[in-house]
Design a protein around this ligand. Sequence first.
Ligand SMILES: [Zn+2]
Length: 105
Amino acid sequence: MNRMNKYIVSNSLICGYCDDHIYSSHRHDLVTCKCGKSAVDGGQAYLRRIGDGTWTDTSIRMDESIVFACRDAIQWGTKNGKNELGTALAVLRALDEHNALVKDS
Ligand SMILES: [Zn+2]
């Protein structure tokens, strides 16, 4: 079995009471929604939730190999003087190489 490590791309939820969409951007970033009934924490390090579970979790986790391939594509674009579109296309190719892209045929 080829088990991939998951990388937390987005640590977030939508509170079911106040509809606030909150994000934790780093390990010690505890963010509470507008009504105070839900909170997220942990950034890219861990998924911590505070509240009674009345929320829609909008977190994104991906195989870390995909995240690092995207990072490498951005580094390639920077190193080779590509503009934003050229770099974005490199990232999209990296996603495609990992079968992580929904695309038109
Ligand atoms: Zn709330």
